[in-house]
Design a protein around this ligand. Structure first.
Ligand code: DP6
Length: 354
């Protein structure tokens, strides 16, 4: 599907081009992306598989402007420093692809916590890529949009689509790698799981996933073995999704995530996102399983734990985790949609519902 661009190059004064607004949801990887083979092009070492959520969306509007510089508002305040530079760099990429030079006014807001391992960069760059492409008149199909979002943040490539999604690592370097590294939906339509997000710390992490990833791939003796076992995890996960086998999906997801954290813990210096509160949630998940509840944990680059279970078990799982103490707050997510964009020409669901 190709979406209607907001304008075409050279169509009148820049301020008359209108704005495009995109809404994208975070995704949580069940087989993780951890490590790049090319940092500039965001080419990953391994393929990954995720589930798009229906909570904590990012809404981003991009309006092409005749101003002297990009202006970015982030969660109600002017963006500055590294956050602003990342967005400007991304806009430069979009402008280069579109053959345009005008600057933009960007207004973006996350409904969930930012930078706390809750995939705000995934929803953020999926929304920015979609809104910016539409505003600058780039006609991209969902695969090309996924490749573009990847250049802002690797995991954003997956948030273009709803439901279960694989981001193919792709093959080769340079242009060949760029062209072959995109995300795509993989079905799993019989599955309707819940993901209970147990927030134990809302604040932004002290080490960004980008830096932690580099430190791990460069120094951890556990990185190669994890990357190799992740290839097998992905193959088994694809089969588990295809047959709608939630316990198998949960088991693979949990071992893959704990393995990723093992690579961080063995980096030099070590990167430790897990806190005593994360471990308390992990213990509670083990206790739930011992009681016969199919609940499985996954953790990203932060201390917060996401627990996969059936929709029917979600309330019990959430109550159990909330009952651990004031340090836990849960929010329950289900399968969410792909990115959607509204342009002056109308609204469109770009990445589909599942
Ligand atoms: C642990 O996509 O945030 O959440 O590509 O450097 O922006 P960059 O990293 P990012 O990393 C996500 C890492 C992860 C695992 C995952 O989402 O697959």
């Amino acid at each position: 599907m190709t979406f209607t661009p907001a304008s075409t190059a050279g169509a009148g004064p820049a301020t008359a081009l209108g704005e495009s607004v995109a809404v994208a949801y975070p995704n949580i990887a069940l087989v993780k992306y951890w490590g790049k083979r090319d940092e500039d092009l965001f080419l990953p070492v391994t393929s990954s598989l995720s589930m798009t959520l229906d909570i904590f969306p990012t809404t981003t509007s991009v309006a092409v402007s005749d101003g002297p510089a990009d202006v970015v508002e982030f969660n109600g305040a002017p963006a500055t420093g590294a956050a602003l530079r990342k967005i400007e760099t991304f806009l430069e990429l979009v402008r280069a692809k579109a053959g345009r030079t005008e600057r933009a006014v960007v207004v973006t807001a996350n409904a969930g916590p930012t930078g706390a391992g809750l995939a705000s960069s995934a929803s953020g760059f999926a929304a920015l890529a979609t809104a910016a492409a539409a505003a600058y008149g780039l006609e991209l199909d969902p695969r090309a949009l996924s490749r573009l979002a990847r250049r802002g943040s690797g995991s954003a490539s997956r948030s273009i689509f709803g439901g279960f999604v694989v981001w193919n690592a792709g093959e080769g370097e340079g242009q060949a790698g760029d062209l072959s590294s995109y995300a795509e939906p993989i079905g799993g339509d019989d599955l309707d799981p819940a993901l209970v997000v147990a927030v134990v710390n809302q604040s932004a992490k002290s080490v960004s996933s980008r830096v932690a990833m580099r430190q791990t791939t460069d120094t951890s003796p556990f990185y190669r073995p994890w990357a190799e076992s992740s290839v097998l995890d992905l193959a088994q996960m694809r089969e588990a999704v295809a047959r709608g086998d939630l316990p198998a999906i949960g088991e693979i997801a949990e071992r893959n995530a704990l393995g990723m954290h093992a690579t961080m813990l063995t980096a030099r210096p070590a990167v430790r996102y897990l806190s005593p509160h994360s471990l308390a949630v992990l213990d509670a998940v083990l206790a739930l399983r011992a009681d016969g509840v199919a609940a499985y944990a996954t953790i990203d680059a932060g201390p917060n734990v996401k627990v996969l279970c059936t929709r029917a078990d979600a309330a019990h799982v959430a109550a159990t985790l909330d009952g651990l103490g004031d340090f836990v707050t849960t929010t329950t997510a289900h399968i969410g949609p792909g990115v959607a964009v509204t342009t002056p020409h109308g609204a469109l669901s770009v990445g589909g519902d599942r």
